[in-house]
Design a protein around this ligand. Structure first.
Ligand SMILES: Cc1cc2nc3c(=O)[nH]c(=O)nc-3n(C[C@H](O)[C@H](O)[C@H](O)COP(=O)(O)O)c2cc1C
Length: 293
């Protein structure tokens, strides 16, 4: 998730059992220009599980150049191509779910990435964008050696919420010979079991469900939910903040959103959130949490 799954958060998800870790999507043009901020997004922290770099753009030649650069920067275990992003600025540039609607260009982009690496290449798509549905899209790509597909089982017009189309996801599982991962609306064990049972997908992708709850991965694996108390949540918050400080310095502003998500559901969350949206340093977080106890 853009602006969310940076190295510290990825580390927490991994430590709670996520099997494959994706970075925030990176723009291939920015990688080719060696944009510092974009290159910094490739930073890894103690990652042991397969780490996949997700790319977005629309110029096949820049995808292949970017892969060569990324290989030297962080040697990921695979590459994923974004065909699902609904953000207006991404669509306007014919990337994400807009690129999905151009079958020939989608093909050219995938071929460029596959041609630039020996590592597995996967794609992230939607059920439908504009007039193109996923089954027609896959038909157009069927001879390409794509290792895996993660389908966000919503149409582009739904954005990031609303009902999940498990029926079409099941069709994708029948049609695509590689690994099929389902995504969308997984917030608890029931959602995960439902998706797996009703579609037969090989795995699931977690997004908004793990915001402020990286331990969701553990719950899903154990098929059991366990509410964390304040003490446990605060411990995880401080661990997250310490890794953030280690990697990015003592500026906790980017942590504020995580802090607000973490305290959701705790008693006194409303008051605590007012303090957490003002923290600037690690010490500020420590102080805010101490006062709350
Ligand atoms: C803030 C935010 C950022 C996202 N960034 C990305 C991204 O960089 N790449 C991607 O494939 N999907 C991205 N997504 C979409 C999610 O991966 C996922 O497909 C979508 O949220 C549906 O899953 P969910 O209902 O479990 O959240 C993002 C979603 C959110 C909310």
């Amino acid at each position: 998730m853009a602006d969310i799954t940076d190295a510290p958060f990825r580390y927490l998800c991994e430590s709670f059992g996520a099997d494959v870790i994706y970075n925030e999507m990176v723009n291939v043009d920015a990688i080719c220009f060696r944009n510092e901020k974009t290159l910094a997004m490739l930073k890894r922290y103690k990652s042991k599980k397969p780490f996949v770099v997700q790319l977005f753009g629309n110029k096949p030649e820049n995808f292949s150049k970017a892969v060569k650069i990324i290989e030297k920067e962080c040697a990921p275990d695979g590459y994923d191509i974004n065909f699902g992003c609904p953000a207006p600025k991404v669509l306007k540039n014919k990337c994400g779910a807009e690129l999905f609607q151009d079958l020939d260009l989608s093909r050219a982009v995938i071929s460029a990435v596959i041609g630039a690496t020996k590592k597995p290449v996967s794609v992230k798509t939607r059920i439908k964008a504009g007039k193109v549905d996923i089954l027609a899209w896959l038909e157009h790509m069927k001879d390409l050696p794509i290792t895996a597909i993660m389908v966000h089982a919503r149409k582009l017009s739904q954005g990031l919420s609303g009902p999940i189309d498990l029926k079409t996801l099941k069709e994708v599982k029948k049609k695509f010979k590689g690994i099929v991962l389902g995504n969308g609306g997984i917030a608890d064990c029931q959602d995960a079991q439902d998706m797996i049972k009703k579609t037969g997908v090989d795995g699931i992708g977690i997004a908004q469900g793990c915001l402020g709850k990286p331990w969701l991965f553990k719950e899903l694996k154990k098929k059991r939910e366990k509410r964390k108390d304040e003490k446990e949540v605060f411990k995880i918050i401080l661990k997250h903040a310490r890794i953030h400080k280690k990697l990015y310095g003592d500026n906790m502003m980017p942590m504020r959103k995580h802090l607000c998500w973490y305290v959701n559901g705790l008693s006194g969350a409303k008051e605590l959130r007012k303090k957490l949206v003002e923290v600037n340093t690690y010490k500020d977080i420590e102080r805010a949490l101490k006062k709350a106890r």
